[in-house]
Design a protein around this ligand. Structure first.
Ligand code: ZN
Ligand code: ZN
Length: 264
């Protein structure tokens, strides 16, 4: 006689666990890191209070001139409850890569913990969306500026001059080239802290827009206030320029110290 076991919840759960194993987390999260359209959607919703508690798109790790290890950045991101972030080291992708490995591990541990604790699978632990990021020194109208790159493929040949842990030289140093390289690698190019340069943001944002730049870092704390908050006058000016040239607006703390909620 054949014994019939009742169909238990655990059977269903095992089924869905197998599905999770099939869709290997690292592959999923890696393609998430290059999901440009998801990032564009987020940038379209960014406002004055998005950073630093919900998003943060300007962070430095020990892979450039920051004090935090990528693992420490990710731990703080989870503790803050960030929905999305990018590590934007100067001319380096190493910090992102370590953070991605951390996130892959954290995600698979979280999945098994959710399973063991019989947690509702429709309501898993919140997980920050990590995008690829970099900050590149370049020349725009004879002025040295910083251009942020997001959601690009770090392995794309166009990015190679910009991930060598030193500022690019010659033609590679030109903003037109930097913007084109980021976009060829499937990413978005953003003019960082546009009010921090020798030339006015009016000139620089117009020049960036003429070169096809995607966005401008609109919400930025000039002068390192504590608590971090976007500088009101500069933000207003940059917001208007972004609207005039139909550019995406982003925010970030430009953290170099040991606290993601501050710049220094
Ligand atoms: Zn910068
Ligand atoms: Zn920076």
């Amino acid at each position: 006689m054949q014994i019939r076991y009742p169909r238990k919840r655990s059977t269903i759960r095992n089924g869905s666990m197998n599905l999770n194993l099939l869709a290997e987390p690292s592959t999923l999260t890696r393609s998430a890191a290059q999901n440009k359209s998801a990032l564009k959607k987020v940038f379209q919703t960014i406002h004055g209070n998005s950073c630093p508690l919900t998003y943060n798109f300007h962070l430095h790790s020990t892979f450039s001139d920051g004090q935090l290890k990528p693992e420490e950045i990710m731990t703080q991101a989870v503790n803050i409850g960030l929905q999305g972030l990018a590590i934007t080291d100067h001319h380096s992708i190493g910090g992102y890569q370590v953070a991605q490995q951390w996130l892959d591990r954290w995600q698979s541990q979280n999945q098994s913990q959710n399973h063991l604790s019989d947690r509702d699978e429709a309501n898993p632990a919140p997980q920050p969306h990590l995008w690829t990021g970099v900050e590149i020194t370049s020349n725009l109208m004879g002025t040295e500026v910083h251009i942020l790159g997001y959601a690009f493929d770090p392995g794309h040949p166009s990015m190679s001059p910009y991930l060598q842990r030193q500022a690019p030289k010659g033609l590679d140093y030109q903003a037109s080239q930097v913007i084109a390289a980021i976009q060829a690698a499937g990413g978005l190019a953003v003019l960082a802290h546009p009010v921090r340069y020798r030339r006015s943001p009016v000139d620089l944002i117009r020049a960036g827009a003429n070169l096809g730049i995607d966005g401008v870092e609109t919400y930025y704390a000039y002068g390192n206030p504590d608590p971090w908050q976007p500088s009101p006058a500069q933000t207003q000016q940059v917001k208007e320029l972004a609207a005039e040239y139909h550019l995406l607006t982003t925010c970030g703390t430009d953290t170099h110290g040991n606290n993601l909620l501050l710049r220094l």
